[in-house]
Design a protein. Sequence first.
Length: 181
Amino acid sequence: MMRVVCPGSFNPVTRGHLDIFERCAALFDEVVVVVVHNPLKAYSVPAERRAAWIRRATAHLHNLSVSHHGGLLADFVRAAGASAIVKGLRNQNDLLGEAQMYFANRELLGGLDTLFLPTREPFVYLSSSLVRDIASHGGDIAPFVPDGVAQEVAQAYRMAAPPSTVTGIEKNDPINKGETT
């Protein structure tokens, strides 16, 4: 049986992530998606809530489970009894960042491999930070996140965003019809 772990912060989960999860579920016997904590990132939504969004988005994948972990990924992978780690890649920049983690995890896990799965073309541009930015400004994120979670995700990131202030509007600004601040 081939069990793989798909780690990430999924802050929030996107349609690109869902595509990787679905493809992994078709390729492997068991997929464990784990929401991990990266100490270099700030999170406005707790890992438990992000994991719940993924559970809802992946309910149709019967060989996929979702967890969250605040420690070293290698410890989680070892405890899960995984055969490999799977990471989705959008572009060469993702590969550069993931290569360092690949070598570290390979050392920590006695040679266990990380498999890189390129994203499909419709999702190359899509990132969680893009979704957070759109949501924080009240934009429609439904095209970018899995069905069934858009409203909750939008609300979570809209509430987490600082109130916006607009300054320096010019008199001939077509959006604000010449109103000044």
